[in-house]
Design a protein around this ligand. Structure first.
Ligand code: ATP
Ligand code: MG
Length: 226
């Protein structure tokens, strides 16, 4: 497609480089998964291809079920590139929560509403049996203006389809760990997220939250032993 050596590098994550280009007149992100030199080249190739495939599949499944993810414009399966809608002027939920927390006049009601929004979005996602696999507040964007809480989920490279309560519980556990360590003193806020998740998920939520509790306890035991 285009020559990425001339494209603007927006971010370099742990897994991928994020470029910004113009795609047929539209602002576009190109996500390029780069080679990991510590992995065997064959294994690296197949893992990269698999992640690209998982990402596209989960994003499409989200979009067909009303969960916002960037529109996919084009996929290069040879070079493992995903061309997708660039959510311009967006802010990650991570940066937004940090900004509100650090502002003495920060709107705590807005923070609560955001937690509810995240909870209900994840409920819809899990109801459709989509497991994200890497839920963190950096993998959630808010379209500008952020107060409108227009939430967009990204980074589905570890995503898959599964109907097991255990997998959904682990998905929430990953988020809980990331959330509480990134944003101090947010236990009550995370509880709001879970309440909203439970309310919107309906009957199946009890089982998922029970699994979440089990995984937490396993985590605690591991910490005590280790
Ligand atoms: N479609 C998009 N629109 C706007 N910004 C984006 C988009 N996709 C990714 N980004 C930005 O690039 C960052 C990294 O993207 P992504 O999470 O998909 O890659 P990653 O390699 O897994 O990164 P990390 O290791 O940091 O999680 C995001 O946190 C976000 O700030
Ligand atoms: Mg990410």
């Amino acid at each position: 497609m285009s020559d990425l050596s001339k494209a603007t590098l927006l971010k370099q994550g742990a897994e991928a480089k994020i470029y910004v280009i113009d795609f047929l007149g539209k602002p576009c992100i190109v996500k390029e998964r780069f080679q990991k030199t510590y992995r065997h080249p064959d294994l690296d190739k197949s893992l990269t291809a698999q992640r690209t495939k998982s990402e596209i599949r989960s994003m499409l499944r989200c979009r067909t079920n009303g969960i916002r993810t960037p529109v996919i414009y084009f996929v290069d399966q040879i070079k493992n590139l995903i061309y997708m809608e660039y959510i311009q002027d967006s802010v990650t939920v991570r940066d937004y929560v940090t900004a509100i927390q650090n502002n003495p006049d920060g709107d705590t009601h807005l923070l609560e509403a955001l937690m509810q929004k995240v909870g209900s979005t994840l409920a819809t996602m899990h109801e459709k049996n989509i497991i994200h696999g890497d839920l963190t507040t950096s993998n959630m964007l808010l379209r500008n203006p952020p107060e409108e809480l227009n939430l967009i989920l990204i980074d589905f490279g570890l995503g898959y389809i599964e109907n097991l309560a255990e997998d959904k519980g682990v998905d929430l556990y990953v988020l809980e760990r990331a959330f509480l360590s990134t944003h101090p003193n947010t236990e009550a806020l995370f509880e709001l997220l879970l309440q909203s998740y439970a309310k919107d998920y309906g009957k199946g939520a009890v089982e998922v939250l029970r699994k979440l509790d089990e995984v937490r306890q396993r985590g605690r035991k591991r910490t005590m032993v280790g």
